[in-house]
Design a protein around this ligand. Structure first.
Ligand code: C5P
Length: 307
């Protein structure tokens, strides 16, 4: 259940993880503009924090600090603000108001679902602040109205994603995987990457997650997982940002057991054989100066949780 925080709290803080897609198979564009996906989400220990407190009825505001903060919108396109308003109108008091602070570590437009993570954290935080007593299933359903990756940010762990990504189901996975993430110089627009996918693949087959990847997860085998990582958006992202190709090969030459563009990019995710391997790889990649910034999270971790 979602509610260890007493209803009398003046403020609620929620921590929420970034995700990488271990598999991202994309089918033909649907009539509604979205693409059917067969994906494996994996939550990693790179977290944003969203803190909410009561405000005047009808007042919704947000402040943002940390990684990429100037690029985060403060208006009604902000996913965390939209989450709070949606929750208030669906389940809460129409006169609810909220003051929100987002402390970011997940880069903006990085392919790590940072915006969706903030939306998910805002949903959970406001549901606790307003003592709404919603089930995880109800929260995920509201989350799916905000964005395709929001239900997974609530769930966390390692999970299969179907539909446009919003239908999530926990996947069997053993052990901990050690990652090195390389952030790009600029962000990439998700719709632009999907558009390039459509241009490059006019008739893609129905998306299916590779069996070898699910076996590698069940076995907890980083080498097998590294070999099975797959992302249909990697080609389109490389087409838009050719420099990412150099980053991917640099990581592999330096000992990564797998390398993949995360989601729609431009973050590159390198899988290491173990924790020591991740430390070595992070140091070596820093020296190569192929990324703006490097992080070394592990996964899987829990989804959005109050702290
Ligand atoms: O659902 P979300 O708001 O994260 O999607 C952002 C954009 O990414 C969509 O407007 C769409 O252009 C693209 N998208 C897609 N197919 C998906 C998920 C996202 O085409 N399954």
């Amino acid at each position: 259940m979602v509610s260890p925080v007493p209803p009398t709290s003046d403020s609620v803080r929620v921590r929420v993880p970034a995700k990488v897609n271990l598999a991202l198979k994309v089918g033909p564009r649907r009539r509604d503009g979205f693409h059917p996906l067969a994906t494996v989400y994996h939550a990693v220990s790179l977290f944003d924090e969203v803190t909410v407190s009561h405000a005047e009825p009808g007042h919704f505001s947000v402040t943002v600090t940390g990684e990429g903060a100037p690029a985060v919108p403060r208006d009604d396109t902000n996913l965390a603000l939209r989450a709070a308003r949606l929750l208030a109108s669906s389940f809460g008091d129409e006169r609810a108001g909220v003051r929100m602070e987002i402390a970011k570590s997940i880069p903006v437009a990085g392919g790590l679902a940072g915006g969706s993570a903030d939306g998910a954290a805002a949903l959970l935080a406001c549901s606790l602040l307003w003592d709404l007593d919603l089930s995880p299933e109800q929260l995920r359903r509201v989350g799916s109205l905000l964005g395709s990756d929001v239900p997974f940010a609530l769930l966390g762990g390692t999970a299969l994603g179907r539909g446009r990504g919003e239908e999530v189901m926990p996947a069997l996975a053993r052990g901990t995987f050690h990652w090195v993430l390389g952030f790009g110089q600029q962000g990439l627009s998700t719709p632009a990457v999907y558009r390039r996918f459509d241009e490059l693949h006019p008739r893609p087959p129905a998306p299916v997650v590779p069996v070898e990847l699910m076996e590698a997860l069940r076995a907890g085998d980083p080498k097998a997982l590294g070999a099975a990582l797959v992302n249909d958006l990697q080609g389109p992202a490389l087409d838009l940002h050719p420099r990412l190709g150099r980053t991917l090969s640099a990581g592999l030459e330096l000992g990564a057991v797998g390398a993949i563009v995360s989601g729609s990019g431009p973050t590159v995710a390198f899988l290491a054989a173990d924790e020591a391997g991740a430390v070595d790889l992070a140091v070596a990649l820093s020296a190569e100066a192929v990324c703006r910034s490097i992080r070394r999270p592990s996964g899987p971790v829990l989804g959005a949780r109050p702290i």
